[in-house]
Design a binder for this molecule. Structure first.
Ligand code: MLC
Ligand code: AMP
Length: 524
């Protein structure tokens, strides 16, 4: 068997000139920082050797909740290199959320921000984690201190395509997150397909330069961690790295870059910059959007202001990327090359996609139904949830995405809705069941419903509608404040109403569509 460790494939794509710049960024104190390819190689070797020295059991999880930094990316690379399983966690998660993830995943190693060591290590040690390290966004913390004592050479551990590389927690319909298990083969096959499909080049490109990626997304989800990082590394492309998205700074970097990836909110915020124009984007080759629906207005305005047509693509934690608008003529689809707004393009090479009715029967062209997918990118299952995994696959092996859409007569896929009760806010998923669970536990609450309504910046935001127990007095502000102390900030409803009753259908089920309709004009 041959080596399928994803790190080895990424490392093999590093340019021959290891002394050239791989990443440029700005330190928290404002100083410019440059990392060469050799720096990435040697720093990840040191961390991999540190992990190896811990003699962790095979398949151990390394759970990481740290601010974005190049060292945090290096930790991801080191975990792959050492053959362990990377488990990234949103920095917004609070203690109850972290307790759940650590309890469920049982990581052997937890890495957290120095400022969170007190509460995170308490949770981790109580739940049986052996090692807790810290990593600050200013290159401080015990992880780097300990890694500094290790060799800067490391042979990537042998891994088969089917071995786990990462677990990404994704929200569950019942309110509890499920860990999507992704293998080295899943991640590598997707990265290789995207390298070709999006026309990445190491030497060509405008002015004969290779591609340069602006990386401004968080690195705890598929988009920033896999699509963006793998995209640059597997092409040996430099990254201009931002710890936080700042539209002005991103705009200032564009003349030196060629590729940008963002969730729709990032495009909306860039459009609000008067400096966004053809001149500012003259060297850019490709703008890619995904993780949430890109409004056709955003797509059209971008085209008009910059002359560039955004390429929208569609994916999920369980599958990485599934479909993409074409970058160039796609021979599999009559040579069509048009990037069409309000569509997510064609299934990627190797991805099977079908639209079916509720009995899993494929539907004719143009009809709306459930989207199901197959391919080397589709995950291995949910961590320690075999029943849930079985439920989400058809008997003949198609994964049920929970998205509702259609394929038109030109083969373009569009997503028109979701069968899963999910709100996507600024590219982050909010599962109503989870938030409702917390609200329902508050004193005096009889019941609640969280619905997503249109929002100009985040695309969609949550609005809570709550009914009180007989005789109880509820204060909407107090409900929101109560949630803030327990949940990640992006899950907090942007508005809360206390009402006498919820609309129900004949079966007694809350009619969320009526609530959505009632509140759809709140922010737009
Ligand atoms: C922040 N807030 C949000 C929010 N982000 N509320 C709802 N939705 C969000 N996404 C809250 C803050 O806590 C704050 O609340 C208030 O809204 C305003 O915050 P802000 O300063 O404007 O937010 P900011 O820090 O600028 O973050 C916005 C953002 C960020 C858009 C840059 O959300 C972001 O990076 N989103 C990208 C998510 C992403 O990468 N998704 C990919 C998933 S992968 P308060 O009360 O404190 O004022 C995936 C698969 C695929 O889906 O296909 O790619
Ligand atoms: P996550 O669980 O965070 O990986 O989110 C995946 C979900 O994001 C998908 O199931 C879709 O509902 C949604 N999504 C991703 N990309 C797009 C897109 N381009 N258009 C519409 N929805 C999208």
């Amino acid at each position: 068997m041959s080596q399928h460790n994803l790190f080895s494939a990424l490392r093999a794509a590093f340019p021959a000139d290891l002394a050239s710049t791989a990443v440029e960024t700005t330190a928290p104190d404002g100083k410019p920082l440059f990392y060469t390819w050799s720096d990435l190689d040697r720093a990840s070797a040191r961390m991999a050797n540190l992990l190896a020295s811990l003699k962790l059991p095979e398949g151990s999880r390394v759970a990481v909740q740290v601010e974005k930094s190049v060292e945090a990316m290096v930790l991801y690379l080191a975990t792959l290199r050492a053959g362990y399983v990377f488990l990234p966690l949103n920095t917004a998660y609070q203690s109850a959320e972290i307790e759940y993830f650590i309890g469920n995943a049982e990581p052997a190693v937890v890495v957290c921000s120095p400022g969170n060591f007190g509460w995170v290590s308490k949770i981790a040690f109580t739940l049986g984690t052996q090692h807790v390290f810290t990593l600050g966004d200013d290159r401080t913390g015990s992880l780097l201190e300990r890694a500094a004592h290790h060799s800067d050479e490391h042979q990537a551990v042998f891994r088969s395509a089917d071995d786990l590389a990462a677990i990404l927690y994704t929200s569950g319909t019942t309110g509890r997150s499920k860990g999507a298990m992704l293998t080295h083969g899943n991640l590598l096959s997707n990265a290789q397909v995207l390298k070709d499909y999006w026309g990445w080049t190491a030497t060509g490109g405008p002015d004969g330069r290779g591609d340069v990626l602006i990386h401004a997304l968080p690195i705890f989800h598929v988009h920033g961690l896999f699509v963006a990082i793998h995209g640059a590394l597997i092409n040996g492309s430099k990254m201009i790295w931002f710890a936080k998205f700042d539209p002005k700074a991103v705009l200032a970097a564009m003349p030196r870059a060629t590729v940008f990836m963002g969730v729709p909110t990032l495009y909306v915020r860039l459009l609000a910059e008067p400096g966004l124009n053809k001149e500012a984007t003259r060297n850019m080759r490709l703008f890619i959007a995904g993780s949430a629906p890109l409004l056709i207005e955003t797509f059209a305005e971008w085209q008009q202001r910059t002359g560039h047509t955004i390429l929208e693509r569609y994916g999920m934690s369980e599958t990485i990327m599934l479909t993409s608008n074409p970058y160039a003529a796609d021979a599999r689809h009559n040579g069509q090359s048009e990037r069409r707004g309000a569509t997510v393009g064609f299934p990627l090479p190797d991805v099977g996609l079908r639209v079916v009715d509720d009995a899993n029967k494929p539907l004719p062209v143009g009809e709306i139904g459930n989207i199901q997918v197959k391919g080397p990118n589709v995950f291995k299952g949910y961590w320690r949830m075999p029943e849930k995994t079985a439920e989400e696959f058809t008997q003949d092996g198609w994964f049920k995405t929970g998205d509702v859409g259609k394929v038109d007569d030109r083969d373009y896929v569009s997503i028109v809705g979701r069968s899963k009760d999910l709100i996507i806010s600024g590219g982050y998923n909010v599962y109503p069941a989870e938030i409702e669970g917390y609200i329902n536990e508050m004193p005096g609450v009889a019941e609640s419903a969280l619905v997503g309504v249109p929002h100009p910046d985040f695309g969609e935001v949550g609005v809570a509608v709550v009914i009180a127990k007989p005789g109880a007095q509820l204060n909407p502000d107090a409900i929101v404040a109560g949630l803030k102390s327990q949940l990640a900030n992006f899950k907090i409803p942007k508005k809360c109403f206390v009402v006498p009753e919820l609309p129900r259908n004949a079966m007694g089920k809350v009619q969320k569509n009526l609530l959505r309709d009632q509140h759809k004009g709140l922010f737009v």
